[in-house]
Design a protein. Structure first.
Length: 174
C-alpha cells in the first residue's frame, strides 16, 4: 500500500532521483522539449514547474535557490533570461505532456514533455525543414537528364558484371 507516499521513487535512491531530476530539468530548459517515460515526465513536471514560477522573480536569492535544484549555471541563466520573460503572464501550467506510445525495447510508456510557450518556436523550425524537403523533391523530378545518366551508368556496369560469369561458364564447358 502506498498510503501517504506522495513522491514517485522511480525505482531509485533519493540521491540518484534528485540528480536525475536536475539533469532532466536542465535538458528540458535547454532543449524546450524532451522524450522520456511517462512516469519520469510526470515527476519532472512537479519538479520543474515550481522552479519556473520561482524564476519569474529575478533576484539573487531566487537564482541561488533555483541553482541549488538545477546544479547547472547554463540552465539557470537560460531559465531566467529566456524562459521566465516568456511565461511571465502565465499563472501556471508551464509544461505539456504528450503520450507517444510504448517503447520498442521494454514496452515502457513514453511521453514528450515540453514547455508550452515555446511550442510556436519549435513549430516554425519544423515548417522551414519541410520547405527544404519540397525543393529537393522538385529538383529530382525536374532533373530527368540526371536520372538518365544514372541509368546509363548502371547499364555500363551490368555487362561488366555479366562478362566474368560468361567466362566462368565457358571455362567449365572446356
Amino acid at each position: 500500500m502506498r498510503h501517504g507516499n506522495k513522491v514517485n521513487a522511480l525505482g531509485r535512491k533519493s540521491a540518484h532521483r534528485k540528480a536525475m531530476m536536475a539533469n532532466m530539468a536542465s535538458s528540458l530548459i535547454e532543449h524546450k522539449r524532451i522524450v522520456t517515460t511517462l512516469a519520469k515526465a510526470k515527476a519532472l513536471r512537479g519538479f520543474v514547474e515550481p522552479l519556473i514560477t520561482k524564476s519569474k522573480n529575478d533576484t539573487t536569492h531566487s537564482r541561488r535557490v533555483v541553482f541549488s535544484y538545477l546544479r547547472s549555471k547554463e540552465a539557470t541563466s537560460e531559465l531566467f533570461r529566456e524562459v521566465a520573460p516568456k511565461v511571465m503572464d502565465r499563472p501556471g501550467g508551464y509544461t505539456r505532456i504528450i503520450k507517444l506510445g510504448k517503447r520498442l525495447g521494454d514496452n515502457a510508456e513514453t511521453a514528450m514533455i515540453e514547455l508550452v510557450d515555446f511550442n510556436e518556436l519549435l513549430l516554425s523550425e519544423g515548417t522551414t525543414k519541410k520547405k527544404t524537403r519540397r525543393r529537393r523533391g522538385g529538383k529530382k523530378s525536374s532533373g530527368n537528364a540526371g536520372g538518365a545518366a544514372a541509368a546509363a551508368a548502371a547499364a555500363t556496369t551490368e555487362p561488366t558484371a555479366e562478362a566474368p560469369a560468361k567466362e566462368a561458364a565457358s571455362n567449365e564447358e572446356e
